[in-house]
Design a protein around this ligand. Structure first.
Ligand code: ADP
Ligand code: MG
Length: 245
């Protein structure tokens, strides 16, 4: 059992119509922990991420953040989405706003920062992802890797308790993958609580505290990277690893 749990899923079930997409999921993510979620396409990884910041509702079970059930609506829900940031495969930046505006918009609206405060902090974060010199450019002028780093800075600007990454490098050209993974590696080292859906097994080996393997809506394995990669228990995981490694 994890010490100091931040995110807890307790017997979570979700259906899309007849499709039982999350089946009795139990998962605990401790403060500061990095959990990498792997598994074949369609196994429920994105749905799992989306339920954690309540982009999707569940039909049974419980999800808690810091011991409290997820809020259902209103300002509390907006705060939850700020507390648990999400980075998507498609970067979803605002095309008509500058890089700096993309990062500082939400802190002003949701966290009630002053514009100056938010801009100052956003510049620091852009510096942290290596993009301070691009603050006044527009997303279309950036490469995919740079846009994804802006998206990470934007999530960090909310001062989240945890970050969820759903295949953050899957839409990138190969030469841009590392610059994004490097930012994520550093976040992990800095102690950010992270749930990362990825096919980047190098990242999982180097940065994950635990690897969770999903198949057909079930959480099949929850192990250290060392255990998972060297001695997967289930046939599903063995089969999966034989295809990607
Ligand atoms: P993964 O991210 O592991 O590829 P997903 O969580 O996206 O898997 O999807 C799990 C299953 O749920 C898939 O069979 C997918 O087709 C289905 N699914 C996902 N989103 C929806 C939706 N909004 N409505 C109906 N089915 C969905
Ligand atoms: Mg997915």
């Amino acid at each position: 059992m994890a010490v100091d749990p931040l995110i807890e899923l307790d017997g979570v079930n979700k259906w899309y119509g007849d499709l039982h997409v999350l089946q009795n999921i139990d998962l605990t993510v401790a403060n500061g922990e990095v959990v990498v979620v792997v598994g074949p396409s369609g196994s429920g990884k994105s749905t799992l991420c989306r339920t954690i910041n309540r982009l999707e509702t569940i039909q049974s079970g419980a999800i808690r953040l810091d011991g409290r059930p997820l809020p259902e609506e209103g300002r509390a829900l907006a705060r939850l989405r700020a507390d648990v940031g999400m980075v998507f495969q498609s970067f979803n930046l605002f095309a008509h706003k500058t890089v700096l505006q993309n990062v500082s918009l939400a802190p002003v609206k949701v966290r009630r920062r002053t514009r100056d405060e938010a801009d100052r902090r956003s510049l620091e974060l852009l510096d942290r992802v290596g993009l301070a010199s691009h603050a006044s450019t527009y997303p279309a002028q950036l490469s995919g890797g740079q846009q994804q780093r802006v998206a990470i800075a934007r999530a960090l600007a909310m001062e989240p308790r945890a970050l969820l990454f759903d295949e953050p490098t899957s839409a990138l050209d190969p030469e841009m993958i590392n610059e994004v993974l490097e930012v994520m590696r550093r976040l992990a080292l800095d102690g950010m609580t992270m749930v990362v859906v990825t096919h980047e097994m190098g990242f999982a080996r180097a940065s994950a505290d635990r690897v969770v393997f999903m198949a057909d809506g079930r959480l099949v394995e929850d192990r250290t990277p060392e255990e998972f990669f060297t001695a997967p228990r289930s046939d599903r995981a063995k089969d999966f690893l034989s295809k990607i490694l």
